[in-house]
Write a protein that binds this ligand. Sequence first.
Ligand code: 4NP
Length: 163
Amino acid sequence: MIKILFVCLGNICRSPMAEYVLKDMVKKEGIEENFYIDSAATSTEEIGNPVHNGTRNKLHEMQIECGNHIARRMTKEAYKMFDYIIGMEERNITNIKRIVGEDRENKIFKLLDFSERPRDIADPWYTGNFDKTYEDIVEGLKGFLDYLYEKNKGWDLKNGKSI
Ligand code: 4NP
């Protein structure tokens, strides 16, 4: 089981988008039983709030549902619980480390570092461009899945062998 936590500032725009898009991708690949996928915020700004309409609408357009997701803040314990803690921009990485401390087990990543063009994912709360957010997130997630396949070579993800 690979446990992944996506993290952004508010947990209402980018990290829930990444959570539900990856859940959809692994389901379509038939490998969802190998994954535990969640998302959380670094700030307390939006705690208890539902997913931003921009994210909800874009996911709906792509026929991906995000249910009754409610924003919550990540905890220090998340570092023990998850294998990958993936932020959306550099500022998230700084804030994640403020919460969990030093990254002793190299679990903290930035999503687009898995792409061929490492960069931040802009905050759609400010840009209003959820199409671009979606494109960036899909690019990062494809790179991340490629990374996992490469790293877990020899393991039979497709045929549901436990990993
Ligand atoms: P997110 O977007 O980090 O992608 O969920 C934001 C949500 C809320 C705020 C900023 C960014 N805010 O300032 O409240």
